[in-house]
Design a protein around this ligand. Sequence first.
Ligand code: EPZ
Length: 432
Amino acid sequence: MVKNMKKLVINGAKPLVGEIEIGGMKNGALPIIFASLLITKGTCTLENLPAVKDIDLSLEIIESLGAKVERTDKHTAVIDASGVSVKEPPAALVRKMRASYYLLGAELGRFGTAVVQYPGGCDFGGRPIDRHIKGFEFLGAKVTETFSESGKCVRATTDGGVVGANVFFDDVSVGATVNVMLAAVCAKGVTVIENAAREPHVVDLANFLNTCGAQVFGAGTPTIKITGVDKSELHGSTYAVAPDMIEAGTYMVAAAATRGNVLIKNVIPKHLEATSTKLEEMGVKIVENDDSVQVSVPGELSATNMKTLPYPGIPTDMQPQFCVLMCVANGVSRLVEGVFDNRFQYVDQLRRMGANIEVNGKVATISGGSPLYGAAVSALDLRAGAAMVIAGLCANGKTEIDNVNYINRGYEDIVEKLRALGADISLINEED
Ligand code: EPZ
């Protein structure tokens, strides 16, 4: 059956003007959805969930394990995990999303055993899970790779459940930090995670777990202490996911790149500090309010140098978007990818629009100042897709972006939100 492929069509070179609301944080909601599997008493009502594909997928995965999920509205899910059991989830679902590996931590935490097919997800350089496995081994789990008819699986087993321990990560990993937190909540004894990821979504997960009766302290710092509780002590709760700092940052860059003037509402300015500071360095004016930021460009945009780092540094998930902004800024910018091995694959797509970018390993040199021109390009992954949208909004002429499904994984109603800001953007069927 021919897939009904859709593409975005943008007629660019129009400033974005107006105001938009930011949704819940995708990368914070995913750990919290899998964490709900730990709760055996009562239901978890999760609010402010972004209406994006990855959320639908994660809820489908936990349902396949026996959880009951009720979507009471576009942004709310009520989860009853009392009937969940450990079994291999459908490989077709797991392979679509890297965050499926949070099942390992949640199942280990609740049942003392776990099995998940190797996860999929955005492909920019190897996405190993060795740090996750090391974290589980610190907690006394035996982790092996097994093969079933659905492919290569990771299996973790323990003798009677995980045991609290000091878990030291040589390098920061968001996913591994989350997975160890999930496994350690009901461990026998205390777990201390050293060199933990400090992202806001790690803090959001800790806050959610503590509303359910867990004892997680220090999230947001490099040291997280988890005092294991009996799983019978965990209970359901109602929790609203924090706003998405990457969605907010994406629209901030889009407003700047199109020399627009946009009020971006429902944000936590503290989470945007690194992005805002870098934008101001480039000549963007940022006015911070309690839960919104106003973005405009009073004068010229100028080049800058940047390196992406784990939080509180500039997020790697903002790297492609900043690259586009550097293309339309005056001067030569240097952009270093400090987290992933190969996150510049999208540059070829920008070159098709006239961008002048040299890539050497983890360093891109961007010669800005010349206009971008509309072209037919592809979204290679979620954030690269968002970058192509920003490029299309700046470019002279028409840009067509295929593989729109990548963008829909993490940006709710992107067409409607951009249209509300004056963009000429449509979603059409490929054959149209
Ligand atoms: C999370 O991925 C996010 N995904 C990514 O966002 C984000 O780019 C990344 O954190 C960094 O902030 C979700 O939250 C679902 P890591 P994750 O473990 O957990 C290496 C998006 O667009 N590493 O912090 O996979 C890894 O290869 C996505 O929303 C190992 O070597 O990121 C990378 O180079 C894209 N071994 C670095 O560490 C491991 O066991 C950081 O990865 C784990 C990671």
